[in-house]
Design a protein around this ligand. Structure first.
Ligand code: TEU
Ligand code: CA
Length: 538
């Protein structure tokens, strides 16, 4: 037995797309409460709630204007308290999304900060421009494209924003900022939060503001990624606040390598408990995730082996609100849709670490089916599209790449049923529902033995009852273009997992007793079918 956050499976909710309760087309907290029984039935023990705080929604809540209040679109603080209570009554813990690299420009700290003489001035990073103010203070470019600096008329200076210009970065050289963050943590922990998913947590401390070295994208990174000052902050938050509660943290860590991750989450460091890294979702991508290249299963195995063996514990995930749907990415949307979704469930739930399932993943939801850019909402997709066009990438190619990688792929409303509005809303959804909701929805799958949903449920229960799957060592055994085989070893047990990422049958000689497979077979004959997955005891 490990810690509770190692035993449990986490379910990520993106509130605006989960369940609408009042017909305004936007998911909300009462909607989440009404679905807690369904979440429980899947077998998960922890919910990660994407931001529900007050926000002008320039980046869908990742731009917070009040950390201690609820976005009225989602409900009230009383609703939030009821959510904690109702979840607890079902044995479900909730972790909050902690976005502290930046606030919204509509946060009162920032509004005050625009005045040079305000005590809030140093809450943010203000600098005069170069060339008499005509050029930004340095050459950095941000995560959402373009300069990281925005000129503010009122103060005659520029402020730093690694993300959108409506997301000004906080200044962690100012100890007052960290004290505010500690108050925020205590506020939510006292209300019942069981921890935090910490947004872009490895870039919060900017060591210097010198020019960045030449880079295709995101210039300036070397001055703020995984800095010593960042580690100091994490240690302080842990020591002064988090260690006083029964909670855990998972850090979203942009562009980390394994060595940086070790420093962020190995237990003896007393910083974070685990991190989200991205390498395993980018084996078929160039330049972050927007330009495609050929998928090779062997490459995926290499990445997995490195991370699985490199850390004593970590988060494992295949989807979140920033990523395309995994069945559309590493699986098949056509003939082998269900089977490939189950194969990917097998992968997720046979890795070592705390598994995270993103809403809709458990029913095999696919990427959006929009005809063009006009249906999209995501600020990043819009900026990336603009940039691609500026770089003379043909409109058709740009659209293909957006379609493949847009964050809106994950953000289409949850498909609950065949009803009008997919059981998500009785009104007009804030983002169009995928037209396939009549074929892919929770209610149908819930009732059908052998569905993707039922398979997730089975795999979660299977993991829960198997110590080797939870804590055993990960051993890579074999990989080629289409298939991977690995073992999980521990406590005298030896499990072998074989996965086929192709629509072709593959010959893979293996022996053992089949424990679980996505085709329902009970014996293995050396031939792995299209998108087949098997778990065997050797
Ligand atoms: O994302 C951080 C991040 O850098 C990427 O995932 C980002 O979305 C993009 O893919 C970079 O190319 C986190 C949140 O998950 C995301 O929703 C927010 O937009 C972002 O931080 C800013 O808060
Ligand atoms: Ca609503």
């Amino acid at each position: 037995m490990g810690k509770w956050w190692q035993e449990e499976v986490v379910y990520q909710i993106y509130p605006r797309s989960f369940q609408d309760s009042n017909g305004d087309g936007i998911g909300d907290i009462p909607g989440i409460i009404s679905r807690l029984d369904e979440i429980k039935a899947l077998g998960v023990g922890i919910i990660w709630l994407s931001p529900v705080y007050k926000s002008p929604d320039a980046d869908n809540g990742y731009d917070i204007s009040d950390y201690m209040d609820i976005n009225p679109k989602f409900g009230t603080m009383a609703d939030m308290e009821r959510l904690f209570k109702e979840a607890k009554a079902r044995g479900i813990r909730i972790i909050m999304d902690l976005v502290i690299n930046h606030t919204s420009d509509e946060h009162k700290w920032f509004q005050e900060s625009r005045d040079k003489d305000s005590p809030y001035r140093d809450y943010y990073i203000w600098r005069p421009g170069r060339m008499g103010g005509k050029l930004p203070p340095n050459n950095w470019t941000g995560f959402f494209m373009g300069s990281t600096w925005e000129y503010d008329e009122k103060s005659g200076e520029y402020y730093l924003h690694l993300f959108d210009k409506k997301q000004p970065d906080l200044n962690y050289h100012n100890p007052k900022v960290l004290n505010e963050v500690k108050e925020i943590l205590r506020f939510w922990l006292d209300k019942g939060a069981a921890g935090f998913r910490c947004d872009v947590i490895n870039v919060i401390y900017k060591t210097s503001l010198k020019d960045g070295k030449p880079a295709v994208a995101i210039r300036g990174l070397e001055h703020y990624k995984s800095q010593e000052g960042n580690h100091r902050i994490l240690k302080e938050l842990r020591k002064d606040v988090l260690s006083k509660y029964d909670c855990f943290t998972v850090g979203e860590t942009v562009m980390v390598d394994l060595d940086e991750a070790k420093l962020l989450c190995e237990p003896e460091r007393e910083e974070l408990d685990m991190v989200f890294y991205f390498d395993h979702l980018e084996v078929d991508r160039r330049v972050a995730r927007y330009v495609p290249k050929k998928f090779k299963a062997k490459k995926l195995l290499e990445v997995l082996a490195k991370w699985q063996r490199g850390l004593s514990w970590n988060a494992v995930y295949l989807e979140n609100h920033d990523q395309p749907r995994i069945v559309s990415h590493y699986g098949d949307e056509g003939k082998y849709w269900a089977r490939s979704a189950k194969m990917l469930a097998t992968l997720l739930l046979t890795l070592k670490g705390t598994p995270y399932i993103y809403q809709g993943q458990e029913i095999g939801m696919t990427n959006f089916d929009y005809p063009d850019m006009s249906s999209l909402d995501d600020v990043e997709s819009k900026n990336v599209y603009k940039l691609m066009r500026k770089l003379q990438i043909p409109a058709k190619t740009a659209w293909d790449w957006i379609r493949m990688s847009s964050r809106d792929n994950a953000r289409t409303p949850m498909q609950w049923s065949q009803e009008e509005g997919a059981g998500f809303t009785t009104g007009t959804p804030w983002l169009p529902i995928n037209g396939n909701y009549k074929e892919i929805n929770y209610q149908d799958q819930h009732e059908v033995n052998g569905s993707v949903y039922r398979f997730y449920q089975r795999m979660i229960a299977f993991r829960a009852g198997n110590e080797t799957l939870k804590y055993g060592e990960f051993v890579p055994l074999f990989g080629d273009d289409d298939t991977i085989v690995y073992a999980r070893e521990g406590g005298g047990e030896h499990l072998v997992v074989a996965l086929n990422f192709s629509p072709e049958q593959k010959e893979i000689p293996l022996e053992g007793e089949v424990l679980i497979s996505n085709t329902g077979r009970s014996e293995y004959d050396g031939k792995l079918g299209p998108y087949e997955s098997i778990v065997m005891r050797h």
